[in-house]
Write a protein that binds this ligand. Sequence first.
Ligand code: NDP
Ligand code: GDR
Length: 358
Amino acid sequence: MKKVALISGITGQDGAYLAELLLSKGYQVHGIKRRSSSFNTARIDHLYRDLHEKNVDFFLHYGDLTDSTNLIRIVQEIQPDEIYNLAAQSHVKVSFETPEYTANADALGTLRLLEAVRILGLTGKTKFYQASTSELYGQVQEIPQNEKTPFYPRSPYAVAKLYAYWITVNYREAYNIFGCNGILFNHESPLRGETFVTRKITRAVARIKFGLQQKIYLGNLNAKRDWGHAADYVEAMWLILQQEKPDDYVIATGETFSVRDFVELAFSEVDIRIDWQGEGLEEKGVDKDTGKVLVAVDPNYFRPAEVNFLLGDPAKAKNKLYWKPKVTFKELVKTMINADMKEVEKSLLCQRPGKEKI
Ligand code: NDP
Ligand code: GDR
C-alpha cells in the first residue's frame, strides 16, 4: 500500500518541492489548492496527470485553511498518513497590512486541520507537520538560535505562527497526535515568490543585465538571514515525520549573510561589481565600471518592526535526522540568478519577431 500524504499550500514554493520529493518516494500525493481567478498552479503543473490515465498518484482538491468543513471533508476523503501544513499567508510585510486574515489562515488554519484529524478519529494514524519559522525568534534572545531559544515574534505573521507552533505541541501532548514543528530558517530557490527579497533581487539583476530595468529599490540592506535551498529543506520536513517520536527541529545552514551581501553576490554572478556609497536612506549601490546607480533604498519596504538578525543552529537535526544542507549560500545565489537569466532571455526571444517561438 502506498503512503498517502496531504499537502496544504501545494501551489507554493515548498509545496512544489515537497510534492516532487514525496512522489519520487512512491507516495500518493494530495494537495489543497485555492480557487483563483487566474492560474495558480504553475509550480506544480509538471506533476499533474490527467485523471483518466492509469496509476495517477497526484490529486488536487479545492480548499482553504479558513474553511473548516472543507478541511474536514478533504481529510475524511483522503485519510492521509501524513499531513504537511504548508499553507499560509507567508509574507511578513503583508501581514502588517492584513493581520486579521493572516491570523485566521496561519494560526486558526492550523487549528482547523488539527481538529479535522481529531474529530475524524485519526490521531493514531495521521502524522502532522507544521511549517514553523525562524520568524518566531524575531528579536533574538540568543545567538545562534536553537530549539530551546525563547521566542519573541515581531510581526502579525510571526505571532500567528507562534499560535500554530504551540497548538501543534498542545495537540501532541493532549491527544497524542504525532505532531511536529519544523522551525525552518529562510529557504529560497528559483521557485521563490517574486516579492521575497532574494527572488526580487535575482529577477532585478537579470533584468538590469539585459537592459530591461534601470535599478532596484530595496528596504533594510542590513538585515541578516540564514538562507538555504528549499529542496534541501523539504527533505528535512519528510525526515521529521519518519522519526520514532514526534519532536520539533531547527532547520538551518548555520551561516548568516546580509541583504547587502546577497545583492553584491547576485550582481557579481553577472559580472557587475557593486560599490556602496552613502549611508542609511542615502545608501546606493553603484556599478564600479559605469558609475550608474543600480540599487537604492526605499523606506516603503521597511517594516513597522524588523527582524534584524537570524542564525540557526541545526545541530539537533544533524544528530537526530542525519540531515544537513547540501547547497551553499554562493551556490544558491548562482542557481537563482541562472534561472532568472534564462527566464528573461526566454521572454525576450518570445517578443522578437522572426525569432524561434518558444
Ligand atoms: P508560499 O507563499 O510560496 O506558499 C504558500 C502557500 O499557501 C501557497 O500554496 C498559497 O496558495 C497557500 N495559501 C495561502 N493562504 C491560504 C489559505 N487561506 N488556504 C489555503 N492555502 C493558502 O510559501 P513557502 O512555500 O515559501 O512556505 C511554505 C510554508 O512554510 C509557509 O507556511 C511559510 O509561512 C512557511 N515558512 C517558509 C519559509 C521560507 O523561507 N520559505 C521559512 C519558514 C517557514 P496560493 O498559491 O493560492 O497563494
Ligand atoms: P522574511 O523574508 O521576512 O525573512 O520572511 P523576506 O525575503 O521578505 O525579507 C528578508 C529580509 O530582507 C529585508 N528586505 C526586504 N524584503 C522584501 N521582501 N523586499 C524588499 O524590498 C526588502 N529589502 C530588504 C526584509 O526587511 C527582511 O529583513 C521569509 C518568509 O518566507 C516567511 O514566510 C518565513 O517564515 C521566513 O522567511 C523565515
